[in-house]
Design a protein around this ligand. Structure first.
Ligand code: NJP
Length: 236
């Protein structure tokens, strides 16, 4: 077994039907992990080593069923990836859009993580560590015109990540924030492979950062990974 093998690991991934989530499922199963994968529409999806479940991260009942399946499988890591984009001038933000973005990007992470914490605590009682990897964004700590709503949700994701890291240290939980810049996915209704995205990160680049966090040796904690396509302006 190489140090990059994930054989024997069981990872839950949200937003797993396309884009970054799908690439994460592919990267982890390719290294031997069993993946419990969730998204709202998983019809027709299959990948060896993965089991797909219908999951709406904004719905407590749906999250409960997904978490139950993950716990039964012996989950040791959670990748909170499900998210939506929304970009408009401040005065155009509607209550419905606010709720869609915040419910998916913030409440979703809270609900799925919260549902697994009792299990992670049980693992700690048996001397086993666990991991949470949150896919936030390069804009989880900076913003821009038209980005108020989306970046507010991602700043919140960063806060959730860091607070969980403080708390999780008490029960063997290592928490990582992955902050990608522009990635060629289906994000915000776009289509993968559009010409203007030629220089952008590939979903597999982000999946590789997740793999890096999950294969770090047990004595090492990867707090944060910030990655950009070289064509994107340098920004921290
Ligand atoms: O987006 P996309 P990405 N419950 O649209 C799922 C962040 N990010 O891969 O539910 C459960 O291709 C949806 O499936 P479905 C971004 O903020 C991206 O780019 O069936 N799942 C699909 O599988 C997000 O957090 C960029 O519609 C839900 C997946 O989420 C993450 O990367 C830059 C759901 C979205 O796939 C993945 O986004 C950056 C729900 N309620 C951060 N709602 C970028 N692409 O440039 C949606 O900085 N999903």
């Amino acid at each position: 077994m190489t140090h990059e093998s994930l054989a024997g690991r069981v990872v839950a991934v949200t937003g797993a039907s396309k884009g970054i989530g799908w690439a994460v499922v592919a990267a982890l199963t390719a290294r031997g992990a069993r993946v419990i994968a969730g998204a709202r529409d998983v019809r027709g999806l299959s990948l060896e080593g993965a089991e797909f479940h219908t999951l709406d991260v904004t719905d407590e009942t749906s999250v409960g069923a997904f978490a139950g399946a993950a716990v039964r499988a012996g989950v040791d890591a959670l990748v909170n990836n499900a998210g939506v984009g929304s970009f408009q001038p401040f005065e155009a933000i509607t209550v419905a859009e606010y709720r869609r973005v915040m419910d998916t990007n913030v409440l979703g992470t809270v609900l799925v993580t919260r549902a697994l914490i009792p299990h992670f605590r049980e693992r700690a009682a048996q001397g086993q560590g666990s991991q949470v990897v949150n896919i936030t964004s390069d804009v989880s700590a900076r913003t821009f015109a038209g980005g108020a709503l989306y970046t507010a949700s991602k700043y919140a994701g960063r806060a959730l990540t860091q607070a969980l890291a403080y708390e999780g240290q008490g029960y063997g939980l290592r928490v990582t924030e992955i902050r990608p810049g522009m990635v060629d996915t289906f994000f915000a209704g776009s289509v993968q492979g559009e010409a203007h995205k030629a220089g952008w990160l590939r979903p597999s680049d982000v999946a590789d950062a997740v793999r890096y966090a999950l294969t770090a040796p047990a004595h090492a904690r990867i707090d944060e990974v910030l990655l950009h396509p070289v064509e994107q302006e340098v920004a921290f």
